[in-house]
Design a binder for this molecule. Structure first.
Ligand SMILES: Nc1ncnc2c1ncn2[C@@H]1O[C@H](COP(=O)(O)OP(=O)(O)OP(=O)(O)O)[C@@H](O)[C@H]1O
Ligand SMILES: [Mg+2]
Length: 428
C-alpha cells in the first residue's frame, strides 16, 4: 500500500447515497480476491461478515478477526498480505497514522487498505490519501458500505458503471415473460439510449430471434459450449445487432442437442458481458434449476412476470420470498402482471395479488391480443406497432425503473482526489 502510495480512484457512484432500498447504486461484483478484516467492535465484524455473504463478494475470500491495526501489523510480520486489508480503529487521528506507518513496513505494495474509523476531519483524510489508503469509512458502517468499498477497488478508476444485469422470468410458462423482456430491452436501447444486450437463455425454444426478426448464425450456444474460448471479443462476435443500442445473444432454438447445464454454465459469458455492456437483459425460461436460480440471485434487478391466477400467485410469492432472503442487501425483486382482463376469465385482482405478495406490481399489462398478436407474428416490438399505445409507455417506464433511471443524478466530480472529495461531501 503506502510505500508506493498508489492511489485508487473511488468511482463517483460510491459517493451517491443508495436510495431507499439498499441496493440502489449499482455495485459491480468483486473478482476472486482475498480480504482480511481486523475489527475492533462486534458491530463492524458483523457487518463485514454479512458483506462476505453478499452475492457481489461471492468470489472473494473474506477472513475476519478482531484486534484492529495492532493485530494486522502483527499478523503480517511473517506472512504475506492479502489483496485487501480492512482495518477498523477507534483511535485518534495521529495514532491511526502512526499505526498505518507501522503497517506499511510489513505490507506488500499491491495490497489495498480500507480504514474504518471515527475521525471526521479533512486534514486527516488528506494524510490517509497521502499514505495510499484506498478508502476511509466513518463508523458506524452498514453491510452495503463494506460491499461497496471492496467492490469499488476493483472497478476501473473513473469507469462508467457498466454491466447492470436485469433478469426477467415468468412465474408460469407462457405468461409473456419473454415478450416483456424483449420489449423492456428494446426500450432500454431506444428510449434510454443505453447500450444493451438481450441474452435468450431458453436455448431450445427461445423466441428473441423471432421477436426481433433476426436469424443470426451464431449465438449463446456457441459460448456456453466453448467456455474456454469466452472473452469479450469472442462474445462480441456472437451478438447480432437489432437497433442502434440493442444487440441479441440469440438462442439456437433447435433440438439437435439437449441442454443440461451445470449451475455455473453462464458465469463466464455474464462476466464478459458485464465488463463491456452497460445493461444486459436476461430472458430466463420458466424452470427451476441450479443455473436459473444462480442467474436470478446474481442479477442486479429481477422482474417476475405473472398472470392473474392462483398458480402464478403462489409461484410469484415463492420466487420473491426466496430471492429476497438470498439477496438481503439488494433491491427487492419486482413483479408485473401480464395478460390481465381476458374476457370471461375469472382473475385475481391486482389489489389481492399485491396484498399476498406484500408489494405492488411494477405494472399491470392488459391482455391485448390485437396488439401483441401482430407484433409477435411480424417480428416487431409493441412500440413499433403503436408507439403511442399505453402499453408501449408501460415498457418504457419499466425500462427506466429497472435501469435505475429514477436514482439521484450524480454530481460533477471536482478537482479533489475522489476519496477526498467524497469525504468532504460527508463532512460538509
Ligand atoms: N399482454 C398480452 N396480451 C396478449 N398477448 C400477449 C400478452 N403478453 C404476451 N402475449 C402473447 O403470449 C404468448 C406467450 O408469450 P411469451 O412467449 O413471451 O411467454 P413466455 O412466458 O416467455 O413463455 P415460455 O414459458 O414459453 O417462455 C405470445 O404469443 C405473446 O405474443
Ligand atoms: Mg419465454
Amino acid at each position: 500500500m503506502i510505500k508506493d502510495a498508489q492511489q485508487v480512484a473511488v468511482p463517483e457512484n460510491t459517493a451517491v447515497p443508495a436510495p431507499a432500498g439498499v441496493g440502489g447504486a449499482h455495485i459491480a461484483p468483486a473478482p476472486r480476491v482475498s480480504v482480511q478484516a481486523f475489527c475492533e467492535t462486534v458491530e463492524t465484524a458483523a457487518a463485514v461478515q454479512a458483506a462476505s455473504e453478499d452475492r457481489r463478494l461471492g468470489k472473494a475470500h473474506v477472513k475476519i478477526q478482531m484486534g484492529g491495526i495492532t493485530a494486522a501489523t502483527e499478523a503480517y510480520n511473517n506472512s504475506p498480505t492479502p489483496n485487501v486489508i480492512l482495518i477498523e480503529t477507534d483511535a485518534r487521528a495521529n495514532d491511526i497514522l502512526n499505526g498505518l506507518d507501522r503497517l506499511a513496513e510489513v505490507c506488500d505494495a499491491g495490497t489495498r487498505v480500507i480504514v474504518i474509523g471515527r475521525v471526521n476531519d479533512v486534514t486527516f483524510y488528506r494524510d490517509l490519501t497521502r499514505r495510499g489508503v484506498s478508502e476511509y469509512l466513518i463508523a458506524p458502517i452498514g453491510t452495503i458500505d463494506v460491499v461497496r468499498a471492496i467492490c469499488s477497488l476493483f472497478s476501473a478508476p473513473d469507469a462508467k458503471p457498466v454491466g447492470r444485469i436485469v433478469a426477467i422470468v415468468g412465474a408460469k410458462g407462457g405468461v409473456g415473460a419473454s415478450t416483456v423482456a424483449h420489449n423492456i430491452a428494446w426500450a432500454i436501447g431506444r428510449d434510454i439510449g443505453l447500450d444493451s444486450v438481450v441474452a435468450d437463455l431458453d436455448l431450445p425454444f427461445g423466441t428473441a430471434g423471432l421477436d426481433y426478426n433476426q436469424d443470426p448464425p451464431q449465438g449463446i450456444a456457441d459460448a456456453v459450449f466453448s467456455p474456454d474460448r469466452v472473452d469479450t471479443a469472442f462474445v462480441d462476435r456472437l451478438l447480432s445487432k437489432c437497433t442502434d443500442h440493442l444487440s441479441l445473444l440469440a438462442a439456437p432454438a433447435t433440438l439437435d442437442r439437449v441442454y443440461d447445464f451445470g449451475a455455473e454454465a453462464f458465469d463466464s459469458i455474464l462476466d464478459s458481458l458485464r465488463g463491456s455492456i452497460p445493461c444486459v437483459v436476461l430472458d430466463i425460461p420458466h424452470q427451476w434449476a441450479g443455473w436459473t436460480k444462480r442467474l436470478l440471485i446474481s442479477a442486479d434487478e429481477i422482474l417476475v412476470v405473472a398472470g392473474p391466477d392462483l398458480a402464478n400467485l403462489r409461484n410469484t410469492k415463492n420466487l420473491i420470498d426466496l430471492l429476497r432472503a438470498s439477496r438481503p442487501n439488494d433491491n427487492h425483486p419486482r413483479y408485473c402482471l401480464n395478460q390481465v382482463g381476458v374476457p370471461k376469465r375469472p382473475e385475481i385482482t391486482p389489489a389481492d395479488f399485491a396484498k399476498a405478495i406484500e408489494a405492488d406490481p411494477l405494472c399491470v399489462i392488459p391482455f391485448e391480443p390485437q396488439l401483441f398478436g401482430p407484433a409477435a407474428n411480424n417480428g416487431q416490438m409493441i412500440a413499433e406497432v403503436s408507439a403511442s399505445h399505453k402499453t408501449a409507455e408501460m415498457f418504457r417506464q419499466m425500462a427506466q425503473t429497472l435501469t435505475g433511471r429514477t436514482e439521484i443524478k450524480r454530481g460533477r466530480s471536482g478537482l479533489l482526489s475522489p476519496l477526498l472529495s467524497k469525504l468532504m461531501k460527508r463532512a460538509g
